[in-house]
Design a binder for this molecule. Structure first.
Ligand SMILES: [Zn+2]
Length: 332
């Protein structure tokens, strides 16, 4: 049933739950490991009507499997932010949301309380669970506390620590682990990802996330910024801030992430001679690390963290960047 080579163990643990199916399962782990496709494959198998004892994958040919593939299974309900739903066409009056609303949860609860159309089970997939706001999570909790017969909730979470403890305690928790680097690299190479090692490093080991970094435009923007940062002493911070503020309007969050990774790399090169993220800049990082003041670097990292926390509502992108880049250049 596993979709990706690193999911074999998680798939096996899911399959072992079939004998005594819990009412709620939480698949958690880092983003970019394919937890949602795994949850889908499991739901598809549970609903498959071509039942063969011990089958480890859905048949792919019965009406249930067919509906599942079409995204129109009458016993499956998907709970996700409208921003992730391609079939949801937001009009001019309604913007798509990054959050799962309490209304959406109420729909899902109504859905599980109906009787099933086919083989007896109704499944709700929540993806990702941490996008439920407090009211939504509390509404779902009631269903978790008194689950209807023949219902299964599968929650997927990239940040399970953000879920209510009361939700966590009601779920059978199953952690999806990062693959070994060699397995991830083999898979990335089989997918034709150029610079697989670099992309995997940027994704901190998550292979699916790594595929998104293979994009040429992404890499050229990243390298342009890092080239500027490598010349810290020569590049005037204010000019750099002005230029990046113009570029960053749409991509401010990405810029902050690169800066954070860069600061992290500088610190780890200085302390342990190890580059985590920007492996293609290890020579430049080593040169810079010789001159960097660790105390000031730490202050910069805290500054970047504060900026990331309010990234959705930056007061003034250029001012924040001026601040950060001035702190950066003064750290050498
Ligand atoms: Zn089937």
């Amino acid at each position: 049933m596993h979709i990706y080579p690193w999911q074999a163990e998680s798939a096996e643990r899911l399959l072992s739950l079939r004998a005594q199916l819990p009412h709620a399962i939480l698949l958690h782990g880092r983003a970019g490991l394919g937890k949602y496709p795994l949850a889908q494959a499991f739901a598809k198998l549970l609903l498959c009507e071509h039942r063969v004892d011990g089958a480890t994958a859905a048949c792919g040919a019965c009406p249930s499997c067919h509906w599942f593939e079409q995204g129109s299974h009458p016993d499956v309900h998907i709970l996700q932010p409208s921003a992730m739903d391609e079939t949801d066409e937001a009009g001019p009056e309604r913007k798509k949301s990054e959050w799962i609303s309490v209304e959406q949860v109420r729909h899902a609860i109504d859905f599980v309380q109906l009787s099933s159309h086919r083989n007896g089970l109704r499944v709700v997939l929540v993806n990702p669970a941490e996008t439920m706001n407090a009211a939504a999570a509390n509404a779902l909790l009631k269903t978790l506390e008194e689950p209807p017969e023949n219902s299964l909730l599968i929650l997927v979470s990239h940040q399970a620590s953000r879920l209510l403890p009361t939700i966590l305690s009601r779920c059978h928790q199953l952690r999806v682990n990062l693959p070994e680097a060699t397995q991830a690299l083999t898979w990335l190479e089989s997918q034709g990802v150029a610079e697989a090692g670099l992309c995997l490093g940027l994704a901190a080991g998550s292979p699916l996330l790594a595929t998104t970094f293979a994009d040429e435009d992404y890499q050229s923007r990243r390298r342009a910024l890092l080239t500027d940062l490598s010349g810290a002493a020569q590049t005037p911070a204010l000019a750099m801030a002005e230029r990046y503020a113009k570029l960053a309007i749409a991509d401010y969050s990405q810029l902050l992430q690169w800066l954070q990774q860069w600061a992290h790399d500088l610190q780890s090169v200085k302390l342990a001679d190890r580059v985590y993220y920007h492996q293609d800049f290890s020579t430049q990082l080593r040169n810079l690390a010789m001159h960097v003041n660790l105390g000031l670097l730490l202050k910069l990292q805290q500054r970047l963290q504060r900026a990331r926390a309010v990234v959705a509502h930056p007061l003034n992108v250029q001012m924040v960047l001026e601040d950060i880049l001035l702190e950066y250049t003064s750290a050498f």
